[in-house]
Design a protein around this ligand. Structure first.
Ligand code: PGA
Length: 493
């Protein structure tokens, strides 16, 4: 079970939507199990937004909702059928014939449950089941005590569930019975995604995730699911005792697409730039956006004086490159730090590296970074390799003392093209951001005059945008999602 804790409801919804989109991009004819209630509404909004932006095509998706009230006709204002139309289906392009909800006014409710099971089976089973959680830990309407073996069935709602849902029923009480997928039906989904937000879910979440698996806590059965993810906000997580903090900002296993609005905020970020221009050439789009809402420090590891082709003295060349780096920082809104790594000129590299590590650890201690960007693991350029080594060893030594969790992002650059499968994070951005990136790179005059790094960086971002959506998100021959014009790639570990 993968547990992801987010700051608040909005972040939970955004991550949940990304999770669903990742599945949809992998399989355009996704069979999606859906839930009703207040919890998934934010996620639905994000899915609708993605659809409107052309990033989510639901035309081949089949859906099955978890439950429906008994005795409430689909057209009723309070039916889950109406709820789903209003909150999702009316705003996306799923085909009516592929949308399935239990019929609350079927002549024979048991037969209706059987029919529903058959339809799920005929669709090839559910690929991803979205789940909300009752304060009593019910899943769907499987109230405490429901058998783990249950298939879709008729159930009597508990007084607490009825009281909670009364707010939706004007001048009437919540129906006393409902039809719901069973716990065994839910466990049959290939993936499950449980969402919960708010303090009133904290006890149920703690019991479901950390308590014993037992029928009195229906959601605890997810501990036995082979591919269960839980995304909850800090309030819902407030009674958990284990530590779920992970260096990852999101679920692993899938390629994540980040656009501007998905980037971290209010974090302390360090970007390791082996030479003064590596950071902007490799990830200038990401940096310019991050710098708007975070404090971004660029550690310029070496002076890079060897890359200036001129007769000028070494000290003069260093001065030129520092001046260019400072000019770039003004454009990007970042803070430069010149490490002046000793390894760059050292005869005894090991000794020099140790001195560099000491210096950089002290810098980390002062900054206390949340995220550190480094050249990706397969970057073979000797200065990049050593910069990465110094950065990671410095982090390790800083971390040993501070015990803080830092997430490490490897970036792709012109000297280290990712192979397929090497990256797990895409940052897609538009022309405006690319302009900033180009401005930043252009400020490294001594370098662009020597080699057209600006042209190369832009071309790489375009090349990535042309091939990555298909290669990494949907597979060959499938319809790739439409993303903004440029892409930078990362490997988040
Ligand atoms: P809620 O309902 O999302 O409105 O809290 C969830 C549930 O009761 O299953």
């Amino acid at each position: 079970m993968k547990v992801i804790i987010t700051k608040n409801y909005q972040e939970m919804s955004a991550k949940a939507a990304r999770f669903v989109l990742a599945q949809l991009w992998h399989k355009s004819n996704l069979v999606l199990g859906l839930a009703t209630g207040a919890t998934p509404i934010g996620m639905f909004k994000k899915l609708i937004e993605a659809h409107k932006q052309g990033r989510a095509d639901f035309s081949s998706v089949t859906t099955f909702n978890l439950d429906e009230y008994l005795g409430i006709p689909p057209k009723d204002a309070e039916s889950y059928y109406t709820f789903m139309n209003k909150s999702l289906f009316n705003s996306i392009n799923a085909k009516a014939e592929n949308i399935h909800l239990l019929n609350g006014i079927a002549d024979d409710p048991n037969q209706e449950c059987f029919r529903y099971e058959q339809m799920i089976k005929n669709a090839g089973g559910i690929d991803l089941q979205i789940l909300g959680l009752g304060p009593n830990a019910h899943l769907g309407f499987n109230e405490p005590g429901t058998s783990f073996d249950s298939r879709t069935h008729l159930i009597k709602l508990t007084p607490s569930t009825r009281n909670k849902n009364d707010k939706y029923f004007k001048n009437r009480h919540t129906p006393s019975n409902a039809l719901t997928m069973g716990l065994s039906t839910i466990m049959g989904a290939k993936k499950t995604l449980l969402l919960a937000s708010g303090k009133d879910k904290a006890k149920a979440i703690a019991e479901a995730i950390e308590g014993n698996v037992r029928t009195q806590v229906p959601a605890s059965i997810l501990q036995w699911h082979q591919d269960a993810t839980v995304i909850i906000d800090e309030d819902a997580a407030s009674k958990l005792e284990r530590d779920y903090s992970s260096p990852l900002l999101f679920a692993d296993g899938d390629v994540e697409v980040l656009t501007k609005q998905d980037l971290p905020e209010k974090k302390k970020i360090v970007v390791i730039s082996p030479h003064p221009d590596d950071a902007s050439i490799s990830m200038g789009g990401m940096i310019s956006e991050l710098a708007k809402k975070n404090k971004v420090h660029i550690v310029i590891t070496t002076s890079g004086y060897r890359s200036v082709v001129s007769e000028t003295k070494m000290q003069d060349v260093i001065a030129i490159r520092e001046k260019e780096a400072k000019a770039e920082s003004k454009i990007l809104g970042t803070i430069p730090y010149f490490l002046q790594a000793k390894f760059y000129d050292a005869k005894d590299i090991d000794k020099a590296i140790n001195q560099d590590i000491k210096k950089l650890s002290a810098f980390f201690k002062k900054i206390k970074p949340d995220i550190v960007f480094v050249p990706q693991v397969n970057d073979k350029h000797p200065t990049h390799k050593l910069s990465r080594e110094v950065a990671l060893k410095s982090l390790l030594s800083y971390n040993k003392k501070s015990k803080s969790s830092v997430s490490i992002w490897g970036y792709e650059g012109l000297w280290s093209i990712f192979a397929e499968g090497d990256f797990n994070t895409i940052f897609a951005f538009d022309e405006k951001v690319m302009k900033q990136k180009m401005k930043a790179i252009a400020s490294q005059k001594s370098q662009v005059q020597r080699t057209r790094f600006d042209v190369a960086a832009k071309s790489l971002a375009q090349l990535r945008a042309a091939i990555v959506p298909e290669q990494a998100l949907v597979g060959y021959g499938a319809k790739a999602p439409k993303l903004p014009k440029y892409i930078e790639l990362f490997s988040v570990v």
